[in-house]
Design a protein around this ligand. Structure first.
Ligand SMILES: Cc1cc2nc3c(=O)[nH]c(=O)nc-3n(C[C@H](O)[C@H](O)[C@H](O)COP(=O)(O)OP(=O)(O)OC[C@H]3O[C@@H](n4cnc5c(N)ncnc54)[C@H](O)[C@@H]3O)c2cc1C
Length: 301
């Protein structure tokens, strides 16, 4: 047993076995058979959690280099992103920039260069932080997740993946294989806005908007927020009320109604009151920016 004080964050206070499987099947087998084994991808959340003793593990299964998990693919009617694709790969991908610009915009804002080089989309979602930057855009795109284990495969809509702060439906011996985003033939404007204390900090509040307007009326709007509820959330009632209204009225209504879709709290980064007020303003700003981009032939197709 190492004798260190509880605040020494230079050391992981546990003996860990390290596995570097050659393929996904091997990773699943190790995860199934080794007690206390945990998946590690970029390690930018997990290593911090291990050092602070927020998480315990006896073994780490490194999936960061598995080519089966590290890809970005344009399919017929969808974009599929492997869970080990890094945030930098996503932010710089031509496919993501063209087909999923809302996700590209959020990825560019995540952490610093160093973090984006290591951090993966799978880690960002599986950590299940209410502030995870890739979650609001992927919720707005109605993304689905493919979870695999030695028992088989299951598809879970992202909207049903998060169950609470740091909690998801993923089981111990499951791995998130990929994130699949359906494409639409229609054109959407988009905007991701993130409010934070310093340039590398995680969000106090984040808002992602996808918007389509026809003849001055809102034909579709998807609004998702981060850091304002136990999980990243879609503002379903704000969306419902805004659809069908004249754009300017839709902005006013959505910005007022969003309060009913969120449940912010006080924490180290902000207060519930501030989060509530800024959510209203950010929804307004993000809808206007999405509208400008829509008029400038924005894209989600
Ligand atoms: C300085 C700093 C700044 C940061 N800034 C931001 C920010 O601005 N925005 C933001 O959203 N986050 C931020 N983060 C948090 C972190 O970088 C991201 O959440 C990152 O995407 C996590 O990915 P990872 O690959 O490093 O995950 P890891 O740390 O490797 O794993 C995180 C968790 O997910 C599990 N996991 C990982 N991949 C899989 C998989 N494929 N299947 C099943 N389980 C899996 C692991 O077991 C672990 O529980 C920051 C972190 C640091 C240290």
């Amino acid at each position: 047993m190492l004798s260190i004080n509880a605040f020494n964050t230079y050391r992981i206070p546990q003996q860990l076995k390290y596995f570097k499987p050659g393929n996904l099947q091997e990773a699943l087998e190790i995860l199934e058979s080794v007690e206390g084994a945990k998946v590690i991808a970029g390690g930018t959340d997990l290593v911090v959690d291990l050092k602070y003793r927020r998480v315990e593990a006896r073994a780490l299964v490194d999936i960061s280099r598995l080519s089966e998990l590290r890809f970005i693919k344009l399919g017929d009617g969808y974009v599929e992103i492997g869970s080990a694709a890094t945030i930098r790969e996503i932010a710089e991908s031509g496919v993501v920039k063209e087909k999923l610009p809302l996700l590209a915009e959020a990825a560019e804002s995540l952490g610093s260069w160093q973090i984006r080089n290591l951090a993966t989309v799978g880690g960002n979602l599986c950590t299940a932080s209410p502030a995870a930057d890739t979650a609001p855009p992927l919720l707005a795109y109605d993304a689905e997740l493919e979870l695999v284990s030695s028992r088989g495969v299951r598809i879970v809509p992202l909207g049903k993946f998060f169950t609470g702060p740091k909690k998801t439906v993923i089981e111990r011996a499951e791995i998130l294989r990929s994130v699949r985003v359906p494409l639409t033939p229609r054109t959407y404007g988009w905007c991701f806005i993130k409010l934070r204390r310093t340039s590398f900090d995680i969000a106090k509040v984040s808002v992602a908007v996808l918007l389509r307007v026809e003849g001055g009326f809102v034909a579709d709007v998807r609004i998702a927020l981060g850091s304002v509820a136990p999980t990243p959330v879609r503002a379903r009632s704000a969306e419902k009320l805004a659809i069908g209204l004249k754009f300017e009225d839709a902005v006013r209504v959505a910005s007022e109604r969003v309060a009913g879709d969120i449940s912010p709290i006080d924490d180290a980064r902000s207060t519930a009151w501030y989060r509530l007020q800024t959510s209203k303003v950010l929804v307004k700003d993000a809808m206007w920016r999405a509208y400008e981009r829509f008029l400038g032939a924005g894209a989600w197709r």
